[in-house]
Structure formats: structure tokens, C-alpha cells
Design a protein around this ligand. Sequence first.
Ligand code: KIV
Ligand code: ZN
Length: 511
Amino acid sequence: MSRKIFIFDTTLRDGEQSPGASLNSSEKLEIARQLKKLNVDIIEAGFPISSQEDFDSVSVIAREIKGPVVICALARAKDEDIARAAEALKYAEKPMIHTFIGTSNLQVFDVLKKTREQVLEMAVKAVKLAKSYTQEVEFSAMDASRTDLAYLCEIIQATITAGATVINIPDTAGYAIPGEFGSLINRLSLAVPELRQGTVRLSVHCHDDLGMATANSIEAIQVGASQIECAVNGMGERAGNAALEEVVMAIKTRGEYLDAYTDIKTQEIINTSRLISRLSGFLVPPNKSIVGVNAFSHSSGIHQDGVLKERSTFEIMLPQDVGLSESVFVLTSRSGRHALRHRLSELGYDIPDDKVNKVYETFMALADKKKQVYDEDLLAIIQNELPVAPQIYSLEYMQVIGGTEAPVAVVCLQKGKEAIREVACGNGPLDAVCKAIDKITGVKVDLASYSLNAVTKGKDAMAEAMVRITVKGDHSIAARGTSTDIVEASAKAYINAINKLLASRGPAIVE
Ligand code: KIV
Ligand code: ZN
């Protein structure tokens, strides 16, 4: 039968220890509310003895966030730490004290300067004291992955006898390798009867110094662990903790293989990640698993085509399962017709078969100039390539010579199979272009208004020109044109307006 894996979130405690990340009480409360929505099993809200602000944060979270989620506070194996944690948790519906002490030789002899017996005594005393305040007590053997196995078993057994309900095995320095860590967890769960029988929960807490925090956590649950301590966006001391989103989605995606599940509402993952990133100022790298902006984006033409034909070719999770609305196809010069047509159809434009090649050609010309083609670019292309009015005239090419002397424009328009070329001078480049167009079309219009906007971002932005022309002072027609060149955008707008005019009035208006 599939086993439930408890998710212990330490974003507000270990996560908050990330260099540069610091959250105030009200921000922590907002995050705790979101963690409750995410449905984590335990929120480690802080380390009350470490500062008044941490104490206040734990207190307010304990008061405001009601069960079933457990609210936990950290305490060293010291009386004053435990009393302070208990005080902060006073109003919690489901409180838990998490007490810890270093157990590796480095921790016992070099840091604490104690004997193993003294450390064991301190751990037992701490658990007993914590138990006098809260029913749920977690004991962590800090640096467990570098601790002598026999001593680790001894201290675990002693703290269970003292009342610990959860035993946590931290890979504090992020030193363990998955097979090795799995073997440690397996041995512990076989050696300690309460862990083997599941009457005491076995938890792991992995750091990511070698990039193995998630792998180690997943390895551990396959050999007996039933709780993973983790932080959203992989926040935490140094390289961080196992990332909650990775652990949870690995269990969801490979649940059958792992024979395990969590109670996390995965659709809240993106909201949680973004909230925490915004409040902590801790940016999520674009290629971060699950929550990076590229995690559900496809850029290569082969991948885009594959996903459109059968999503599971290159997508092992549904974007909707983490709270995104859709996968994103990044349109670049590597994108194919299939992806372009798909995106245009999402934008509401179904391109007829006979127009696809032309639209694709324009798209590729733009994609060669720009790294990424945005929706606004596509809309601009569509306005040009699928004009509302029939294209009686279309721009073949143009050349403008500007400067302080009268600018000169050479314009060539296509009309049916015929290419017509004219030259004109004007007061400015646009005036010269319009005059050349007037000569070609023979239509006499006035330019009543003209405006220019950048519709996309960057130096290579698409410009959009809007023109309004009038004929003999009464009939007025507006049209738009786009290009990365502002004079060309203006010329296209002017030609589109004339096309509209000709379509509405017929050739009779030609003088
Ligand atoms: O990494 C660690 O060992 C810890 C303990 C306090 C559990 O954060
Ligand atoms: Zn830690």
C-alpha cells in the first residue's frame, strides 16, 4: 500500500538562514498562511531564542495558523531554548518542539568540547523537558550523516525512550551521496525497533552543498524515512535545503515507482514559490526545476513539435499540476510552423493554409533579428500579413535619403503582378514616402493624423504607426502598419489606409 510522506517545511527557519534573505513578522505570517494552503504537514516557524523578532514571528504564527498543520519551533538542547520555544508556541493548536544537538566527532569534540556520554545526556534531558511542554517532540542528531553509526543508534534509542515522536537525520553539511545516505537510513530503521515499526517517525533533512539534497531525500524514503524536511525554492543555509517543490513533484510524478504520496496541494506550488521569492528577495533561477520560468517552456523546434503532437514526449508533469495555466512555447528562430500556428491560434488567429508560409517567412525574418519573438510581435505580424482590407497595393521596397536638404524617397509598390516604382521629394522622410506612394496610386488624400509607438521591448522593438487619412476633407480612414523600421511602419500604415479607401470607394476616387 502506498505510504504517506510527511512534508516538514523549514522555509521560515532554515530557509530564512539563507544569506541575504530576511523576513519580518508580517511577511512570515503571510508565508505561513500560504504554506497552510499548500497543505504542508509541519511548518517550522522559527528559532525563538535566536532573537525577539523570531520569537514574535513564531508566536504570531502559532496564534493565527490553526490545525491540522503542526507549528514547530527550534531549540538547541538547552533548557532556556526549550522554555523559549514552548513560550512562543503557547497558543498553537498543534505545537511541536524540535530540539537538536551535534553528534559527529567534529561536533561533539571540536565544537561542544564534550564527551559522547555528556552529549547523550544533554539530548535526553532536552527531549524530556520538551515533552513536558508539547506532545510532539522532534529530535535531530546534527551532522548525523558523519556520526559513528553505533553512537547514532544509541542516542536515537535514548531520545525515543525520553519521549521523542520524530527522529530527524540531518545531512547537515550536504556531504552524503545517495546510495550511502540510503544505506544509513536503512540501517537505522532496521536497528531501532520504533523506527522499524513506524511508531516513531523517521525524518531526513538534507542540504544541497553537492547538489544532492533532493536525491538523498528521495533515496531515504525508499528505505524507510516517512518525513522530508525541505524549503520552498531550495532556500536554506549555504547551498540550501532540499527544495520542497522538487521533493513533492518527484513523489507525485514517480509515485508508482516510489509507492508513496504526499498531501501537498501541488497547484499551490507556483503561488508559494513566487510569494516567497518576492518577500525574501531571493530570486529563482530561470532553469530551476519545477518553479523556474523555463521549467515548462519549450524553445527548440523539435521539442515544440513533439509536445504539440504528444505532450508527454518532453513534459513529464502537467504545468497545471504546479499551478501554471499552460506550457510556454518560446518562439525563436528555432521554432517551426507548427508552434507558430499553435501560438497564433491561442491568440485568436487561425491562419489559412495559403497564408502560413508568408506569415512564417515574416516571423523568421523578425526572429533572426530578435532573440525572442513576443506575442505583441506576432500580433504586429498578423496585422501586416492578414490585413482587413484587400491588399491592392503592397510595399515591395523603399529607400529614403534623409538629411538637412530635401529628403528623397524611392518607393516600389506591387499591384497584382505589376511592380510600380516612383521617386519623390518631401519636407521630411515620411512626406517624401507619402508623395511617392501618391504618385503610384494616383489617389489624392490628406494625412490628417499620424502617431508612432513602440509595441515591443528592446532596441529592436517593433514600431507601430497609426495614420488617419481624409479624402476631400470629409471621408476619413484609419490604418496601422508595423515594422522594426519606423519609416517603413509609417509607409505600411499609409498604404493600408489607401487600400481600405480603395476597397470602400472603388477606383472612382483615383484622379
Ligand atoms: O542542518 C541541520 O542539521 C539543521 C538542524 C538544526 C536540524 O538545520
Ligand atoms: Zn539545516
